[in-house]
Write a protein that binds this ligand. Sequence first.
Ligand code: NAD
Ligand code: UGA
Length: 476
Amino acid sequence: MKVKNIACIGAGFVGGPTMAVIALKCPEIRVTVLDSNEHKINLWNNTVDKLPVYEPGLAEIIEEVRDKNLFFSTDIKNTIDQAEMIFMAVNTPTKIEGEGKGYAADLSNIEKCAREISKYSNSDKIVIEKSTLPVRTAEKVKQILNQSNKKIHFEVLSNPEFLAEGTAINDLFKSDRVIIGGDNTKSGRVAIEKLKKIYQRWIPSNKILITNVWSSELSKLVSNAMLAQRISSINSISSICERTGADIIEISKAVGMDKRIGPEFLKPSIGFGGSCFKKDILNLVYIARTYDLNEVADYWEGVIQINKFQTDRVSDKVEEFLNGDLSKNTISILGWAFKKNTNDSRESASIQVALNTLIKGGSIRIYDPMVSIEKIYNDINTGLQNKNFSIAKINKLMSKVKAYKGIYNTIKDSNLLIVCTEWDEFKTMDWDEIYQLMKDPKTIIDGRNILNKEDLIKRGFKIYSIGQVWKKLKFQ
Ligand code: NAD
Ligand code: UGA
């Protein structure tokens, strides 16, 4: 029996795009994306230029399938009752209190989903973990699902998502692999087959990997940990380059040409951001410590420590280049999203740069093409609150922040400009105009190594690019 009705709880960065692609590829399946956040659901149902998630190619798909076989709703009760297959794509942030605080994943959203599925189901369901979860979460999910005394069978599968923001639609269309973890029982095999049939509509069978549930859950954490590890590796080497005169771009190319290593994820940066790398590694660290594997935990925690070291190291350059006195200086931050082509700013290095600069006395001006001005102010305010500053201090610091909609009115009167996100439009800015707009010492920190350093030096700017011999440039 083919699946005809799917629900997904969580209309966020994963739930929205993944369900849009399933709806597009499987027009005979009715797909309903649920969320408890009514405002978000209204946005998904609004005009496509106001969708809550910005992803290249997403708006076009939504336009094609919305209200045909893709629906966005807050009606959890009826949608769950009618669905045969339910994806859980809710957020699983790091716990901020209780056991495992600061490390373990907060599973309260997943547990709530399981309770609601159990409560509103009146027929057998396949329940799918789409969120990123600690290994052995399915055990807990099953326990909650089976708490009700209804005679219903719940089959739990793990099907982690590997899309990256900014390229989500392409990643979903051409996944490197799809992992389905399930039990090797009769009902387990039937459920796996049903999910596999959905993906087979556009993913070649040899890319659909069937594993046990625990391997599937853990593969996701390990994939993210290993991707982040590569970034921390190259970023750690960038600091050696700056002391020795080696060039990180040349190193990255030379190392990446070894096909055992490969070229991807070796771009030096101001530090990785995003909602997942840090939280998933912290989760892995917590799991390792739970099993008394402290050396393993320390090893992975090092990836996060190097990332913080890198963001602080680059953001400290602001003070260094302005000779330690930020109070009379204006610093422009270009880019607020944690990477290009997304409106997501969670854990963006820009936030850390902004907070460090403000606290040291600087005034900041910010521009991002996709993150809303409201969100930028909110991120900074939240960051200051997390530092337990008084309201008076927060208000004073916030008065030194201005976010703009255009690049050039942002940069006006700035002494230093720091590129935090690799948006393409930053590569083709009008440097004649910027030179006129900026005040001395007209310094640029290229936190993504996307600018033409030689050209900017010729124009009279002072520029620092990560891992590219700042000391020498300083004296040119
Ligand atoms: P998100 O915060 O963008 O979206 C989650 C949504 O779930 C929110 O809109 C929230 O309101 C909703 N929600 C939470 N609990 C709910 C409940 N009980 N009932 C109804 N709605 C509820 O999160 P996201 O970025 O989509 O991530 C979701 C999961 O996918 C996380 O586990 C994350 O680690 C994983 N993941 C994320 C990405 C990514 O690129 N963002 C990629 C792969 C995997
Ligand atoms: C990452 C993974 O790439 C996805 O496979 C995974 O599904 C997702 O996390 C998740 O679980 O949430 P994402 O965080 O959206 O995706 O974006 P990435 O492209 O991985 O970039 C993460 C951060 O690393 C960004 O700040 C990016 O600028 C930075 N980065 C990336 C570098 O600094 N250097 C690189 O070479 C690559």
